[in-house]
Design a protein around this ligand. Sequence first.
Ligand code: PMP
Length: 445
Amino acid sequence: MTNTTRKFWNPMVHPGMPASHNTVIVKGDGNYVQNKEGDWLVDGVGGLWNVNVGHNRKEVKEAITAQLDELEYFQIFDGISHPRAEELSSLLIEMLQPEDMAKVMFSSGGSDAVETALKLARQYWKAVGEAQRYKFISLKQGYHGVHFGGASVNGNTVFRTNYEPMLPGCIHIDTPWLYRNPWNCEDPEELGRLAAAQLEAEIIFQGPETVAAFIAEPVQGAGGVIVPPANYWPLIREVCDKYGVLLIADEVVTGFGRSGNMFGVRGWSVAADIQCFAKGINSGYIPLGATVVNQRVAQGIESCQNFSGAVMHGYTYSGHPVACAAALASLQIVQDENLPENAAVQGASLKEQLQSALSEFSAVGEVRGKGLMIAIDLVKDKATREPIDPMDGYANAIAAVALREGAIVRPVGTKIILSPPLTLTEKEVGILVNALRKGFEETPV
Ligand code: PMP
């Protein structure tokens, strides 16, 4: 069966081509989902990087039904509010204490959160009298969603080509990726310096007075789980500060524990000026996004006495009460069960076990990751690190065997990506490792 038999289009595939999975998922519970054949499978993808507290959590479902009974929906435009938006925004600012964040703009998902961040960055510069600062710099392996702004700053051209022309003034620079980088640099410290120097050179080349913001994921997710060196983010913060450029951290995946820290930037002890959240904010039970700005951005906009200070942005579903109620319950679990710590511990165990179980396979170039964000990089040749041909179906074939062995994993081009719920236990780590090992054993290169 190909996707053409369905009456909806699957995102990110050609409707006429066979999909990597032809699975119908009917149920979820904890770290598992059930397909229509009745098999329970380890959810190795955490829904889509988002089901952080696991499926079917009573606490989240009860919060949702209680909210439906109380107030299913009301807007927060024009000075109106409701308790859940107030509680959740206060909680987010409190959780983001060390980062000194000030104001939350709610939306319905990750692409919205990024779009909001880009627009607020431009608005900030207009509000403080530097309207010519409109450009965005981002990374070549970065992923920031599918709206025109996010797609324009996305690194991979596949997300842009069919929809061009994109926003003017979006520039892409190299990712600090130890495994493959244009400098052939194998030393993490040196790589961090080279990548930060490239940002500085690009800002100077563009003219600092024209650059609004640099945007990146703390750990790049969809681009292949790329973990920057230890000195990278502090150096990037320094460069941004030197030229006044805003730093936007797209925490849509890394927010709320997935990288092993409550927030991704904490892994590098830096604070961004703007952070984008979605996914793990309420574990995907109801769509929700949030963009949070620090004092600098908030004050710049709020103290503007003319129209540039008006936040002419917001969605019907900004601060949806049911989504906020789900977030409050989900974040309570994240904190009570210390899920960032579990992500760090189980993530390290999963990565190490995969590294040892898969080391003998010639197609496994590298197993890398941080917390419960893990990628297996597939190569034609371990020595040259030349990637496999993404069209040859190899990653899909491995995922198909893994599925038969009780685990859903995600083939993405030349990588297999894992992002299970943060509630993962040793038992599921074992199932994932065995399923993937079988996948490699049974799939000829
Ligand atoms: N930013 C990042 C870092 C993401 O990984 C994603 C989605 N995977 C998005 C933005 C877009 O989020 P959404 O799909 O909810 O629009």
